[in-house]
Design a protein around this ligand. Structure first.
Ligand code: PLP
Length: 355
Protein backbone atom coordinates (compact mmCIF):
# COMPACT_ATOMS: atom_id res chain seq x y z
CA UNK A 1 0.00 0.00 0.00
CA UNK A 2 1.36 3.46 -0.81
CA UNK A 3 0.78 6.53 1.35
CA UNK A 4 -2.16 7.79 -0.77
CA UNK A 5 -3.94 4.46 -0.34
CA UNK A 6 -3.24 4.51 3.40
CA UNK A 7 -4.74 8.01 3.69
CA UNK A 8 -7.88 7.06 1.66
CA UNK A 9 -8.34 3.96 3.79
CA UNK A 10 -7.87 6.07 6.95
CA UNK A 11 -10.61 8.46 5.85
CA UNK A 12 -13.04 5.58 5.27
CA UNK A 13 -12.12 4.02 8.61
CA UNK A 14 -12.82 7.29 10.46
CA UNK A 15 -16.61 7.14 9.84
CA UNK A 16 -17.46 6.56 13.48
CA UNK A 17 -15.23 9.31 14.78
CA UNK A 18 -17.03 12.53 15.68
CA UNK A 19 -15.77 16.00 14.80
CA UNK A 20 -13.56 17.85 15.32
CA UNK A 21 -10.87 15.17 15.43
CA UNK A 22 -7.23 14.69 14.63
CA UNK A 23 -6.73 11.19 13.31
CA UNK A 24 -3.19 9.80 13.26
CA UNK A 25 -2.82 6.72 11.11
CA UNK A 26 -0.77 3.85 12.49
CA UNK A 27 -0.22 2.41 9.01
CA UNK A 28 1.18 5.73 7.76
CA UNK A 29 3.56 5.90 10.70
CA UNK A 30 4.66 2.30 10.08
CA UNK A 31 5.16 3.20 6.41
CA UNK A 32 7.48 6.10 7.36
CA UNK A 33 9.37 3.96 9.88
CA UNK A 34 9.86 1.17 7.31
CA UNK A 35 11.03 3.67 4.70
CA UNK A 36 13.68 5.19 6.97
CA UNK A 37 14.82 1.77 8.18
CA UNK A 38 15.33 0.76 4.55
CA UNK A 39 17.35 3.92 3.87
CA UNK A 40 19.51 3.42 6.92
CA UNK A 41 20.50 -0.08 5.91
CA UNK A 42 22.44 1.33 2.98
CA UNK A 43 24.49 3.80 5.01
CA UNK A 44 28.04 2.67 5.76
CA UNK A 45 28.15 4.18 9.27
CA UNK A 46 25.95 2.84 12.05
CA UNK A 47 22.95 5.18 12.19
CA UNK A 48 20.54 5.62 15.10
CA UNK A 49 17.15 7.28 14.58
CA UNK A 50 15.94 9.40 17.49
CA UNK A 51 12.42 10.82 17.16
CA UNK A 52 12.29 14.53 17.93
CA UNK A 53 9.18 14.72 20.11
CA UNK A 54 8.72 18.45 19.55
CA UNK A 55 7.04 17.57 16.24
CA UNK A 56 4.16 15.73 17.93
CA UNK A 57 4.03 14.55 21.50
CA UNK A 58 0.90 12.41 21.27
CA UNK A 59 1.36 9.56 23.77
CA UNK A 60 0.26 6.79 21.39
CA UNK A 61 2.69 7.94 18.72
CA UNK A 62 5.54 8.11 21.21
CA UNK A 63 4.63 4.67 22.51
CA UNK A 64 4.54 3.21 18.99
CA UNK A 65 7.89 4.79 18.10
CA UNK A 66 9.47 3.57 21.32
CA UNK A 67 9.05 0.04 19.92
CA UNK A 68 10.23 0.85 16.43
CA UNK A 69 13.17 3.25 16.59
CA UNK A 70 16.32 3.77 18.64
CA UNK A 71 15.32 6.65 20.90
CA UNK A 72 14.15 10.21 21.28
CA UNK A 73 15.32 13.77 21.04
CA UNK A 74 14.01 16.33 23.52
CA UNK A 75 14.34 20.08 23.97
CA UNK A 76 12.95 20.64 27.44
CA UNK A 77 12.46 19.05 30.82
CA UNK A 78 8.77 18.41 30.01
CA UNK A 79 9.67 16.51 26.84
CA UNK A 80 12.34 14.60 28.75
CA UNK A 81 9.77 13.58 31.40
CA UNK A 82 7.47 12.31 28.65
CA UNK A 83 9.93 9.76 27.31
CA UNK A 84 12.30 8.86 30.15
CA UNK A 85 10.23 5.77 31.08
CA UNK A 86 11.25 4.07 27.83
CA UNK A 87 14.94 3.92 28.81
CA UNK A 88 16.02 4.46 25.21
CA UNK A 89 18.82 6.61 23.84
CA UNK A 90 18.04 10.29 24.44
CA UNK A 91 19.48 13.35 22.78
CA UNK A 92 18.74 16.51 24.75
CA UNK A 93 19.17 20.21 24.04
CA UNK A 94 17.64 23.35 25.41
CA UNK A 95 18.17 26.06 27.93
CA UNK A 96 17.24 24.19 31.08
CA UNK A 97 19.98 21.83 31.93
CA UNK A 98 19.71 19.49 34.91
CA UNK A 99 21.85 16.71 36.30
CA UNK A 100 19.72 13.82 35.11
CA UNK A 101 20.61 14.92 31.59
CA UNK A 102 23.89 13.19 32.31
CA UNK A 103 22.28 9.76 32.66
CA UNK A 104 24.11 7.02 30.78
CA UNK A 105 21.51 6.82 28.03
CA UNK A 106 21.27 10.61 27.58
CA UNK A 107 23.56 12.97 25.71
CA UNK A 108 23.01 16.60 26.57
CA UNK A 109 24.24 18.93 23.84
CA UNK A 110 25.48 22.15 25.42
CA UNK A 111 24.50 25.24 23.53
CA UNK A 112 26.96 27.87 24.71
CA UNK A 113 30.08 28.47 26.75
CA UNK A 114 28.04 29.98 29.56
CA UNK A 115 25.81 26.90 29.80
CA UNK A 116 28.81 24.59 29.85
CA UNK A 117 30.71 26.69 32.37
CA UNK A 118 27.75 26.60 34.75
CA UNK A 119 27.85 22.80 34.71
CA UNK A 120 31.62 22.50 35.02
CA UNK A 121 32.03 25.00 37.82
CA UNK A 122 29.82 22.81 40.04
CA UNK A 123 31.85 19.63 39.40
CA UNK A 124 34.93 18.23 41.08
CA UNK A 125 37.97 18.01 38.82
CA UNK A 126 38.40 14.29 39.56
CA UNK A 127 35.14 13.46 37.87
CA UNK A 128 35.48 13.10 34.09
CA UNK A 129 32.29 14.36 32.49
CA UNK A 130 31.14 13.17 29.07
CA UNK A 131 29.20 15.82 27.22
CA UNK A 132 27.69 16.67 23.87
CA UNK A 133 28.14 19.96 22.10
CA UNK A 134 25.77 21.74 19.77
CA UNK A 135 27.68 23.35 16.92
CA UNK A 136 26.35 26.14 14.73
CA UNK A 137 25.71 24.51 11.37
CA UNK A 138 26.62 25.97 7.99
CA UNK A 139 23.63 27.62 6.30
CA UNK A 140 21.47 25.55 3.98
CA UNK A 141 19.98 26.54 0.64
CA UNK A 142 16.88 27.86 2.40
CA UNK A 143 18.67 30.10 4.91
CA UNK A 144 18.65 33.85 4.39
CA UNK A 145 22.06 35.46 3.75
CA UNK A 146 23.82 36.71 6.89
CA UNK A 147 21.15 35.24 9.13
CA UNK A 148 22.88 33.20 11.78
CA UNK A 149 21.35 30.70 14.13
CA UNK A 150 21.59 31.65 17.79
CA UNK A 151 22.09 27.99 18.67
CA UNK A 152 25.42 26.32 19.15
CA UNK A 153 29.16 26.95 19.26
CA UNK A 154 31.05 28.62 16.43
CA UNK A 155 34.48 27.35 15.38
CA UNK A 156 36.06 30.32 17.22
CA UNK A 157 34.22 29.28 20.39
CA UNK A 158 35.45 25.70 19.97
CA UNK A 159 38.96 27.12 20.16
CA UNK A 160 38.06 28.87 23.43
CA UNK A 161 36.84 25.52 24.70
CA UNK A 162 40.32 24.09 24.23
CA UNK A 163 41.50 26.48 26.94
CA UNK A 164 38.70 25.36 29.27
CA UNK A 165 39.90 21.79 28.86
CA UNK A 166 43.06 22.63 30.75
CA UNK A 167 40.99 23.85 33.69
CA UNK A 168 38.19 21.26 33.82
CA UNK A 169 37.94 17.54 33.25
CA UNK A 170 35.51 16.87 30.44
CA UNK A 171 35.37 14.98 27.17
CA UNK A 172 33.17 15.93 24.23
CA UNK A 173 31.87 12.58 23.04
CA UNK A 174 29.17 13.73 20.62
CA UNK A 175 28.44 16.77 18.48
CA UNK A 176 25.06 17.97 17.16
CA UNK A 177 24.84 19.84 13.89
CA UNK A 178 21.19 20.57 13.05
CA UNK A 179 20.14 22.15 9.77
CA UNK A 180 16.53 22.79 8.78
CA UNK A 181 15.17 21.80 5.36
CA UNK A 182 18.17 19.90 4.10
CA UNK A 183 18.35 19.39 0.33
CA UNK A 184 20.90 17.37 -1.58
CA UNK A 185 22.85 20.47 -2.73
CA UNK A 186 23.81 21.24 0.88
CA UNK A 187 25.90 18.10 1.22
CA UNK A 188 29.34 19.36 0.13
CA UNK A 189 29.32 22.37 2.43
CA UNK A 190 28.28 20.19 5.35
CA UNK A 191 30.84 17.50 4.48
CA UNK A 192 33.74 19.99 4.39
CA UNK A 193 32.55 21.59 7.61
CA UNK A 194 32.33 18.28 9.51
CA UNK A 195 35.62 16.92 8.25
CA UNK A 196 37.31 20.19 9.16
CA UNK A 197 36.06 20.38 12.75
CA UNK A 198 36.77 16.71 13.43
CA UNK A 199 40.47 17.58 13.12
CA UNK A 200 40.28 19.89 16.13
CA UNK A 201 42.02 18.68 19.28
CA UNK A 202 39.03 19.56 21.44
CA UNK A 203 36.88 17.08 19.49
CA UNK A 204 39.32 14.16 19.65
CA UNK A 205 37.03 12.13 21.95
CA UNK A 206 33.98 12.42 19.72
CA UNK A 207 32.36 9.04 19.07
CA UNK A 208 29.08 10.11 17.48
CA UNK A 209 27.83 12.82 15.18
CA UNK A 210 24.22 13.91 15.44
CA UNK A 211 22.97 15.41 12.18
CA UNK A 212 19.78 16.80 13.77
CA UNK A 213 16.42 17.03 12.00
CA UNK A 214 15.21 18.67 8.80
CA UNK A 215 15.05 15.51 6.64
CA UNK A 216 11.64 15.90 4.99
CA UNK A 217 12.83 16.93 1.53
CA UNK A 218 15.46 14.20 1.35
CA UNK A 219 13.04 11.59 2.76
CA UNK A 220 10.39 12.34 0.13
CA UNK A 221 12.98 11.80 -2.60
CA UNK A 222 14.50 8.69 -0.95
CA UNK A 223 17.80 10.55 -0.69
CA UNK A 224 18.51 10.26 3.04
CA UNK A 225 21.13 7.52 2.67
CA UNK A 226 22.66 9.11 -0.42
CA UNK A 227 23.00 12.40 1.47
CA UNK A 228 24.56 10.85 4.58
CA UNK A 229 26.95 8.64 2.60
CA UNK A 230 28.06 11.67 0.60
CA UNK A 231 29.26 13.34 3.82
CA UNK A 232 32.04 10.74 3.94
CA UNK A 233 32.08 10.65 7.71
CA UNK A 234 34.72 8.07 8.71
CA UNK A 235 32.93 4.94 9.88
CA UNK A 236 34.53 4.95 13.32
CA UNK A 237 31.87 7.59 14.11
CA UNK A 238 28.32 6.52 14.88
CA UNK A 239 25.70 8.78 13.31
CA UNK A 240 22.46 9.93 14.92
CA UNK A 241 19.64 11.60 13.08
CA UNK A 242 16.78 13.14 15.02
CA UNK A 243 13.90 13.71 12.64
CA UNK A 244 10.59 15.01 13.90
CA UNK A 245 8.49 16.08 10.94
CA UNK A 246 9.88 13.41 8.61
CA UNK A 247 8.29 10.63 10.69
CA UNK A 248 4.94 12.19 11.55
CA UNK A 249 4.05 15.01 9.12
CA UNK A 250 2.17 12.77 6.72
CA UNK A 251 0.31 10.63 9.25
CA UNK A 252 -2.36 13.06 10.54
CA UNK A 253 -5.78 14.05 9.16
CA UNK A 254 -8.10 16.71 10.60
CA UNK A 255 -11.79 15.79 10.37
CA UNK A 256 -14.22 18.69 10.86
CA UNK A 257 -17.83 19.67 10.19
CA UNK A 258 -19.12 22.83 8.54
CA UNK A 259 -21.22 24.49 11.23
CA UNK A 260 -21.98 27.87 9.68
CA UNK A 261 -22.61 29.28 6.22
CA UNK A 262 -22.96 32.92 5.20
CA UNK A 263 -23.56 33.65 1.52
CA UNK A 264 -22.85 37.29 0.63
CA UNK A 265 -20.95 39.37 -1.95
CA UNK A 266 -21.21 36.34 -4.27
CA UNK A 267 -19.07 34.26 -1.89
CA UNK A 268 -19.92 31.37 0.43
CA UNK A 269 -18.24 31.91 3.83
CA UNK A 270 -18.13 28.59 5.65
CA UNK A 271 -17.03 27.95 9.23
CA UNK A 272 -15.73 24.66 10.61
CA UNK A 273 -16.22 23.36 14.14
CA UNK A 274 -12.50 23.82 14.76
CA UNK A 275 -10.07 26.71 14.54
CA UNK A 276 -7.03 26.96 12.31
CA UNK A 277 -5.75 29.91 14.35
CA UNK A 278 -5.91 27.79 17.50
CA UNK A 279 -4.87 24.43 16.09
CA UNK A 280 -1.48 25.52 14.84
CA UNK A 281 0.45 28.74 14.81
CA UNK A 282 2.76 27.23 12.15
CA UNK A 283 0.93 25.21 9.54
CA UNK A 284 -2.34 25.35 7.60
CA UNK A 285 -3.54 22.02 6.17
CA UNK A 286 -5.42 21.69 2.88
CA UNK A 287 -8.84 20.16 2.26
CA UNK A 288 -8.25 16.75 0.66
CA UNK A 289 -11.74 15.21 0.87
CA UNK A 290 -15.31 16.01 1.83
CA UNK A 291 -18.80 14.59 1.87
CA UNK A 292 -20.57 15.55 -1.36
CA UNK A 293 -23.86 17.35 -1.65
CA UNK A 294 -24.58 17.35 -5.38
CA UNK A 295 -27.76 19.48 -5.17
CA UNK A 296 -25.78 22.52 -4.07
CA UNK A 297 -24.71 25.14 -6.64
CA UNK A 298 -20.96 25.48 -7.06
CA UNK A 299 -19.62 28.87 -5.95
CA UNK A 300 -16.54 30.60 -4.61
CA UNK A 301 -15.90 29.30 -1.10
CA UNK A 302 -13.84 30.63 1.78
CA UNK A 303 -13.21 28.35 4.75
CA UNK A 304 -12.83 29.73 8.29
CA UNK A 305 -12.21 28.48 11.82
CA UNK A 306 -14.61 28.83 14.72
CA UNK A 307 -13.04 31.63 16.75
CA UNK A 308 -14.26 35.19 16.37
CA UNK A 309 -10.87 36.23 15.01
CA UNK A 310 -11.24 37.58 11.45
CA UNK A 311 -8.08 35.83 10.24
CA UNK A 312 -8.93 32.39 11.57
CA UNK A 313 -8.74 31.13 8.00
CA UNK A 314 -8.22 27.71 6.41
CA UNK A 315 -8.18 29.05 2.87
CA UNK A 316 -9.82 30.18 -0.34
CA UNK A 317 -11.07 26.92 -1.84
CA UNK A 318 -12.08 28.35 -5.22
CA UNK A 319 -15.43 27.11 -6.58
CA UNK A 320 -16.92 24.29 -4.52
CA UNK A 321 -20.23 22.70 -3.64
CA UNK A 322 -19.38 22.54 0.05
CA UNK A 323 -22.19 23.57 2.37
CA UNK A 324 -23.58 23.44 5.89
CA UNK A 325 -23.22 20.08 7.72
CA UNK A 326 -20.70 18.70 5.22
CA UNK A 327 -17.70 16.92 6.69
CA UNK A 328 -14.26 17.92 5.44
CA UNK A 329 -10.87 16.24 5.82
CA UNK A 330 -7.75 18.38 5.96
CA UNK A 331 -4.16 17.22 5.58
CA UNK A 332 -1.40 17.04 6.75
CA UNK A 333 -1.61 17.76 10.47
CA UNK A 334 0.92 15.29 11.90
CA UNK A 335 3.88 17.57 12.64
CA UNK A 336 4.06 20.82 14.61
CA UNK A 337 0.25 20.94 14.72
CA UNK A 338 -0.61 19.89 18.27
CA UNK A 339 2.72 21.18 19.60
CA UNK A 340 2.12 24.68 18.22
CA UNK A 341 -1.54 25.01 19.19
CA UNK A 342 -3.11 27.76 21.32
CA UNK A 343 -6.52 28.26 22.93
CA UNK A 344 -8.19 31.55 21.99
CA UNK A 345 -11.69 31.73 23.63
CA UNK A 346 -10.77 28.60 25.59
CA UNK A 347 -11.44 26.42 22.54
CA UNK A 348 -9.44 23.23 22.97
CA UNK A 349 -7.36 21.26 20.50
CA UNK A 350 -9.48 18.58 18.73
CA UNK A 351 -9.59 15.13 20.28
CA UNK A 352 -6.73 12.97 18.99
CA UNK A 353 -7.07 9.36 17.77
CA UNK A 354 -4.44 6.84 16.73
CA UNK A 355 -6.10 4.24 14.52
C1 PLP B 1 18.15 20.19 17.32
C2 PLP B 1 16.97 19.76 16.57
N1 PLP B 1 16.81 18.47 16.28
C3 PLP B 1 15.74 18.01 15.58
C4 PLP B 1 14.75 18.87 15.15
C5 PLP B 1 13.58 18.32 14.40
O1 PLP B 1 13.46 18.90 13.15
P1 PLP B 1 12.45 18.33 12.07
O2 PLP B 1 11.13 18.23 12.70
O3 PLP B 1 12.49 19.34 10.97
O4 PLP B 1 12.98 17.01 11.63
C6 PLP B 1 14.86 20.25 15.43
C7 PLP B 1 13.83 21.18 14.99
O5 PLP B 1 13.81 22.34 15.22
C8 PLP B 1 16.00 20.70 16.16
O6 PLP B 1 16.18 21.99 16.46
Amino acid sequence: MDLNQIISEGISKSNDIGTPAIIYLKKALQYNVDTIQREIKSIYNTVKVLYSVKACCNADIIDFLSKNIDGFSVSSQAEFNNIKKYHKTISATGFHYSDHNLLDNCIFYFNSLSQLKSLLSGKKKREKIKIGLRIEAPNTLYCGKNIFSHFGFTIAQLKELELLQNKFNFAITSILIHQENKVFNDNKKLRDFILNILNMKVLKNVKSINLGGGWDNLFLKNQVSQFINSLKIPNKYEIYIEPGSMLVRTIGILKAEIIDQNIKHGVKYLTLDTSQFNNSSWFVPRVIANTKNSKVRSMKTMLYGNTCYERDFFGDLGKTKLSLKDIVYLYPVGAYYDTTHRELHGIKFPREYFI
